[in-house]
Design a protein around this ligand. Structure first.
Ligand code: PAF
Length: 283
């Protein structure tokens, strides 16, 4: 496995690989890798001749400086894990390498960029599009791999790819959970022991919500899940939205769509740590 910090070095290497007609998969990450990332990397290795994993904590997608500074970083541990899995190249640029000048491009694809995370983290998806489009221009992957945990991010990246006419296939990979149901996330390491024990109640309430939805309306199910979670000490729902899985538009009745997903963000603990999850009501 080779680690690249400079765009030109990675591009030279990929140029040689492409001359040999090798296919390239890209797994964009912000590091602090866990089993969720490992599943994306394994899928890319299965599908492509070369797998590139980018490790870059992208400042332009953080709207809260404290969130950016506390984001976990450990490139050595990430590289060890990637080497065991069998990734070919790690791309770990500095902020100056990725953004030699400020990125003034503005990405907006309503409604997918304006609802949920878009409404609660202004500028977040603009930053995601800035960095993902740069990574796509640098690596020119045949396929790029994203986890379904960030459900809305996939919809945004697909809208961006369409809008920029980029020739890359977006591969969606299923969410990976801990044995107690907590969605795997780089932020989980920020949870104290007590918070870690409380956090699985989010997925528990979502699963109960699916049962409850069989005999109750969308609004009743929404309120049931929110009240269940908020009743637990240390958990505070930021939003829970029951939406069409593609358009991300709210649904009012279970018959409004054949594909319905509940997306939730919950603050956990004192710091607090912001946790994201989702559940499919209809698929
Ligand atoms: O999902 C993430 O970790 C990030 O948003 C991504 C796609 C790597 C862009 O920085």
């Amino acid at each position: 496995m080779q680690v690249f910090h400079k765009i030109a070095d990675l591009q030279n290497r990929l140029f040689d690989d492409r001359k040999k007609s090798k296919s390239v998969g890209l797994v964009p990450t912000m590091g602090a890798l866990h089993d969720g990332h490992a599943s994306l990397v394994k899928k890319s290795i299965e599908d492509n001749d070369i797998t590139v994993v980018s490790v870059f904590v992208n400042p332009t997608q953080f709207n809260d400086p404290k969130d950016l500074s506390s984001y976990p970083r450990d490139l050595d541990a990430d590289c060890k894990l990637l080497e065991t899995i069998g990734a070919d190249y790690v791309f770990a640029p500095s902020v100056e390498e990725m953004y030699p000048t400020p990125d003034n491009r503005h990405f907006e694809f309503p409604p997918v960029t304006t609802v949920m995370e878009g409404a609660h983290r202004p500028g977040h998806f603009n930053g995601v599009c800035q960095v993902v489009s740069r990574l796509f221009y640098i690596v020119r992957p045949d396929r790029a791999y994203f986890g379904e945990k960030d459900w809305q991010q996939i919809a945004v990246v697909k809208a961006m790819v369409k809008s920029l006419c980029l020739n890359v296939k977006i591969v969606e990979c299923p969410i990976v959970r801990e044995s107690d149901g907590l969605a795997r996330s780089s932020r989980n390491v920020l949870l104290s022991d007590d918070e870690r024990k409380t956090a699985p109640n989010i997925f528990k309430a979502l699963k109960e919500g699916v049962e409850y939805s069989k005999t109750h309306s969308v609004k009743e199910t929404h309120d049931y899940v929110v009240n269940k979670i908020n009743a637990i000490d240390g958990l505070d729902v930021e939003y829970f939205e029951i939406v069409d899985g593609d358009s991300l538009q709210d649904v009012e009745n279970w018959n409004d769509s054949d594909y319905i997903v509940g997306c939730i963000t919950v603050y956990c603990g004192k710091k607090p740590v912001r946790l994201i999850d989702h559940i499919k009501f209809k698929s």
